[in-house]
Design a protein around this ligand. Structure first.
Ligand code: SF4
Length: 215
């Protein structure tokens, strides 16, 4: 897949992050986004790690935290095992982002949204390469009522810093910033939906007819 094809795949998601309608953007914005994307691609050093674990082991990484989440129980119920993914675009992406933030804020916003969408895209490709069979969609700490603190617990429990260089930072952030910890349950198909989300009644995205997932 060449750069243009990847860009066309991720652009609608990046627009969603910027809260703009991809259908309504003009050619000038599209060209600027593609030029920004080509710089981003040059900076990316994608790394991924995955671990197959029993659902019990996943929930036991920190029982106090995981027991607070109804979503974890809901999505993983009936799954035979789970897969944990750790993925990152690498430190060069952050370094360039900082430069842009100091000199060109509008490009920095586009760059950041494209980087988030690209990380999702590469993680999807990484997951597809595993041929998992029936599995739930991939979800992350911070989704629904899943405690975001689980990121840190999982980084330690699976030696993610040592293996692919994702580190804990302050405020539940990770370094590199464009890094993700996600997991899915194996053995049943579950697509993302708002129906079970704890934020359903007051979700700001839904008020703008947007979703936090690709539908
Ligand atoms: S878009 Fe749907 S799933 Fe996402 S946070 Fe809002 S209510 Fe929840």
């Amino acid at each position: 897949m060449d750069n243009k094809e990847i860009f066309n795949r991720i652009f609608p998601t990046a627009c969603r992050y910027m809260r703009v309608d991809p259908i309504k953007v003009d050619m000038e914005f599209n060209d600027k986004a593609f030029t920004t994307f080509e710089t981003l691609i040059d900076n990316v050093r994608f790394k991924g790690q995955h671990e197959y674990v029993s659902v019990e082991d996943l929930l036991n990484v920190d029982k106090e935290l995981t027991s607070k989440s109804e979503d974890l129980t809901f999505y993983l119920e009936g799954c035979s095992e789970a897969v944990i993914f750790a993925t990152t675009l690498g430190v060069n992406v952050d370094a360039y982002s900082k430069k842009l933030q100091a000199n060109d804020m509008s490009t920095a916003v586009i760059y950041d949204a494209l980087a988030s969408a690209l990380l999702e895209f590469y993680t999807d490709e990484y997951e597809d390469g595993l041929n998992l069979g029936a599995h739930t969609f991939r979800f992350a700490p911070g989704y629904g009522d899943i405690p975001i603190e689980l990121n840190y617990i999982i980084i330690d429990a699976f030696s993610i810093s040592k293996k692919i260089g994702i580190y804990k930072a302050s405020n539940n952030m990770m370094l590199p910033q464009k890094s993700m910890i996600t997991f899915c349950g194996m053995g049943k198909e579950v697509a993302p939906t708002c129906t079970h989300c704890v934020r359903l009644k007051n979700c700001s995205l839904r008020k703008e007819n947007l979703r936090c997932y690709n539908s």
